[in-house]
Design a binder for this molecule. Structure first.
Ligand SMILES: NC(=O)C1=CN([C@@H]2O[C@H](COP(=O)(O)OP(=O)(O)OC[C@H]3O[C@@H](n4cnc5c(N)ncnc54)[C@H](O)[C@@H]3O)[C@@H](O)[C@H]2O)C=CC1
Ligand SMILES: O=P(O)(O)OC[C@H]1O[C@](O)(CO)[C@@H](O)[C@@H]1O
Length: 380
């Protein structure tokens, strides 16, 4: 069995590639980074280290790579694949769509075996977004046949994999915990299950619980940590004020999640504690610049801050801590992060109120807008 996985980065190697290889797939990584591609081609394996006390290691075998810049090569690989997965970043999905679309064209010519394409990105409806990009590139005459044989089930992926600093570019250290949830209702009948994947009939509660707990809490810690001068999440999260604010934000998203999905309150409280304990893991070093990266994406209407905060109002909850996280995001001033540069420039030129309304779609009249501006002024 062959799996083509787009993105040989941290999650690609440290999570998805590892699980697919364990499940018996030959994993063909498609990446635009020549160093990663060459090393994977030459060695055919790499090592994953668990961030536990023993630093357990596992060698991932039966892997190779192709040049993601070569659309013909990518299309051929997709045409021959039994499964396609991605972990490139949700904003990169449009750039991998041409190779997938061409690959689907080739598959349709060759008999249209069913194919699943699973985007493993931090986003609601990641696979659906990829499907739209791909379908827009396919000729109208192929739409029905493609829709009948190519499935794009949405997924939620959870494993913390920081930026890696090793001499070996393939070596990757990951936290021990992982969870990969895929929407079974969007898959072909009698699909081949991948061991280690949790299939569910309705992904919505899983993706929202994960995104609005792990990712919300993490980015609030990153933005407040950056503001307080900490370099890593591990340093930031032991600061009492930051820890209290992160917990406060998760209590706000938790109250929303419990109301929206009917989760058991005490079970959800345990889930929050478990997530907070993962942030503290002393065997990981996770930079606040990574966890806070792309602040415009993180402040966008459907992402981990704005969406749960707006939902909070619907339930009569005032999201003070989420608002503080958003205010701190507006102070995230990292020169190496193009979205942080754009945000700072917009705030300097247009003023916070106009820039915030534009990127978050929260109008100036909304009480959340006012709350964030107050928190921003109060942040020293
Ligand atoms: N690192 C983590 O802890 C987690 C990350 N994620 C999600 O996984 C995705 C990837 O994140 P990371 O692995 O951390 O990022 P990363 O930056 O380590 O990996 C992304 C990889 O995609 C490659 N890439 C970029 N453009 C490409 C293209 N056109 N074709 C093929 N490959 C291309 C890059 O060269 C890089 O190797 C993101 O959506 C992130 O939100 C989800 C859960 C955990
Ligand atoms: O990958 P993104 O969406 O930029 O956000 C970083 C987040 O993703 C993770 O790497 C995994 O969900 C978290 O560690 C962190 O909250």
């Amino acid at each position: 069995m062959k799996a083509v996985h787009f993105g040989a980065g941290n999650i690609g190697r440290g999570f998805i590639g590892l699980l697919l290889s364990r499940a018996g797939y030959q994993v063909i990584f498609s990446d635009v980074n020549d160093v990663l591609v060459n090393e994977l081609q030459n060695r055919g394996e790499y090592t994953v280290e668990l961030a536990n006390e023993a630093k357990d290691q596992e060698v991932v075998h039966n892997v190779t790579a192709i040049d993601g810049k070569n659309v013909e090569t990518v299309a051929q690989a997709v045409a021959e694949a039994d499964l396609v997965t991605t972990a490139v970043g949700v904003n990169i999905l449009k750039h991998i769509a041409p190779g997938i679309a061409k690959g689907i064209e080739l598959r349709l010519k060759n008999g249209a075996n069913p194919l699943h394409v699973i985007a493993c990105e931090n986003a609601i409806g990641g696979s659906a977004q990829l499907k739209e990009h791909v379908m827009n590139l396919l000729d109208d005459s192929l739409h029905d046949a493609a829709a009948a044989s190519v499935y794009f089930p949405n997924a939620a992926v959870d494993r913390i994999v920081p930026i890696q600093h090793h001499d070996d570019p393939l070596y990757v250290q990951v936290e021990p915990f992982y969870e990969w949830v895929v929407d079974r209702s969007q898959m072909a009948p009698n699909f081949q299950e991948v061991e280690g994947v949790h299939y569910v009939d309705n992904l919505e509660p899983y993706i929202e619980r994960k995104l609005f707990t792990v990712n919300t809490g993490h980015c609030v810690a990153a933005y407040l940590g950056y503001k307080a001068g900490f370099a890593t999440i591990q340093e930031a999260i032991v600061d009492e004020e930051i820890a209290a604010c992160v917990r406060g934000a998760l209590e706000e998203t938790g109250a929303v999640l419990v109301k929206r999905f009917g989760f058991d309150e005490s079970e959800h409280a345990k889930y929050i504690d478990k997530i907070l304990s993962r942030f503290v893991n002393p065997n990981l070093t996770d930079e606040v610049t990574r966890v806070g990266r792309s602040p415009l994406r993180k402040l966008s209407p459907n992402d981990r801050l704005v969406r749960p905060a707006l939902q909070a109002y619907e339930y009569g909850i005032e999201p003070d801590h989420l608002a503080l996280g958003m205010a701190a995001a507006c102070k995230f001033d990292i020169q190496e992060d193009p979205e942080a540069v754009e945000l700072q420039k917009a705030i300097a030129e247009e003023g916070l109120s106009t820039a915030f309304a534009r990127y978050t779609s929260i109008p100036a009249e909304h009480p959340l807008h006012k709350l964030v501006l107050e928190q921003y002024e109060a942040l020293v």
